[in-house]
Ligand binder design. Structure first.
Ligand SMILES: Cc1ncc(COP(=O)(O)O)c(C=O)c1O
Length: 458
């Protein structure tokens, strides 16, 4: 039920940060406009300036508080300025900030061991290559798969996002994120398990998983029949929180393996307990990948990415020199280690399950009352709300989505946006949010949807 008392501003923080005294918002904007690449994106009609964060909250330069339900794009997993992370990073940076992997350091091996211990028993997922970002982790994973199989062709899914470098832009499959440049050599895109917009016009389960089975024909007709790998997000994030039917990945992985391909799970958004029931997104689908790529929530804000695989898959990379200056940096390593320990010690996966279930129920209630909502989906604290102009045509409600984001922001709630047409609200807060925060979020969204509906149909 909607609470008429809330939906105004978030309950004030018990321990708000000290007031900001830096350059004004106008000065910050002027610097950005003059000295930063015009390719940078901003959210909101008036770009928002955030200068402080504490756990699930952030503050702008005027001292206005927001519930951060986007988490710096699914990156703040345990909370802004978490004291244990601040402490660990402060100590490491004051001791030794950088050496490179040319030298031994305890943090990298210890962290790689902790990571290995978080993968399923007997998966063999044990050796890690550290990078600075998710794009790099995916580039490495694809290169390892090509080297290990001796094959070149890659299968990916339409509506995927895997990064912005040459290979990863190639496996990404949303025109909005692709430049008209050579990219994606050997990449083939199959249909995702996007039931709300089934490309075959079918309905689950009578569809007999046509989308997943179509992979066989993609391979037979578009490739040599031998694959290097398949790469897929367990739940497509940037594509608008698209979670497939339960059998989807099992069928795809089976077909890919019959054609000699390795399976890469891109866990950049879905890892670290975010999906609630499981620690890794792939576990929701009862598959075990051959390579797992990670970034974002792995380090709660550290420039940290990783690719973990089995030793025999990593081995062929040793035939040449390969190097990443900052990969495995001691500061990133202790930040990653602290993040992982906090997720375990503070029970954040369980919290993602409990608060996520409550929030999803609240969002489904909103769907009953707001025709603008076409679909509510996702797992744990990775939820999506797809907005449509009308439920029959399912025309993406892009303008209304922008209005909802604005109105929520004005009321102290930061949401994300995704989908090819920018018409899916993405909800991926730090995993420390409470049920009260979830209620504030749902009530605020209720108001924002009302406002957007009134604006488009006054
Ligand atoms: C699923 C997924 N993979 C890879 C990436 C690329 O990560 P990065 O921006 O750290 O390069 C992203 C970024 O949004 C992502 O969502």
């Amino acid at each position: 039920m909607s609470n008429p008392q809330s939906g105004g501003t978030p309950p004030p923080h018990a321990d708000p940060p000290t007031p900001y005294r830096g350059p004004t918002r106008q000065q910050i904007l002027a610097l950005r406009n003059r000295y930063l690449t015009p390719a940078l994106l901003t959210m909101y009609r008036d770009p928002l300036c955030l200068v402080r964060g504490k756990m699930q909250h952030v503050w702008d330069e005027s001292g206005k508080q927001y519930l951060d339900a986007f988490g710096g794009i699914v990156t703040i997993s345990v909370g802004h300025a978490h004291p244990r992370i601040v402490d660990a990073v402060r100590k490491q940076i004051a001791t030794l900030a950088h050496t490179t992997t040319l030298y031994l350091h305890p943090a990298i091996g210890q962290y790689a061991k902790s990571l290995a211990e978080h993968f399923p028993d007997h998966s063999g997922l044990e050796v890690t290559y550290f990078t600075n970002s998710g794009s790099e982790a995916n580039e490495i994973a694809i290169m390892m798969a090509r080297l290990a199989t001796g094959s070149f062709d890659i299968l990916a899914l339409r509506n995927a996002y895997h990064g912005g470098l040459q290979t990863t832009m190639g496996v990404t499959a949303q025109s909005t994120w692709k430049y008209p440049l050579p990219q994606g050599f050997g990449v083939h895109h199959a249909a995702p398990g996007y039931c709300y917009r089934c490309p075959f016009g079918l309905e689950y389960p009578s569809c007999d998983m046509r989308c997943a089975r179509d992979v066989e024909d993609k391979i037979r007709f578009e490739t040599s029949g031998q694959l290097a790998c398949f790469i897929g997000e367990p739940i497509q994030g940037v594509g608008g929180v698209v979670d497939p039917p339960p059998e989807f990945f099992r069928i795809v992985y089976d077909i890919v393996r019959q054609h000699g391909g390795l399976c890469i799970a891109d866990e950049v958004q879905t890892g670290w307990g975010r999906t609630g029931e499981h620690y890794w997104g792939f576990q929701n689908w009862d598959v075990v990948p051959d390579l797992v790529t990670m970034a974002k929530g792995i380090g709660n804000g550290a420039p940290l990415g990783a690719c973990t695989t089995r030793r025999e898959i990593a081995e062929p990379m040793a035939q040449r020199h390969h190097f990443n200056t900052f990969g495995g940096n001691p500061v990133s390593m202790v930040q990653g280690q602290a993040t992982l320990e906090i997720i375990d010690d503070e029970g954040l996966q369980k919290n993602a399950l409990i608060v996520g279930r409550h929030l999803k129920r609240r969002l489904e209630e909103l769907k009953d009352r707001h025709p603008l909502i076409g679909d509510v989906r996702g797992k744990g604290l990775m939820l999506g709300v797809e907005l449509v102009e009308d439920r029959a045509s399912k025309t993406p409600a892009t303008a209304a989505t922008a209005d909802v984001l604005e109105s929520a922001k004005d009321r102290g709630l930061l949401l994300g946006k995704g989908g090819l047409e920018g018409h899916v609200l993405r909800i991926t807060p730090p995993m420390c949010i409470t049920t009260n925060d979830a209620d504030f979020l749902a009530d605020t969204l209720d108001h924002a949807l009302q406002t957007a509906t009134t604006q488009s149909h006054p």
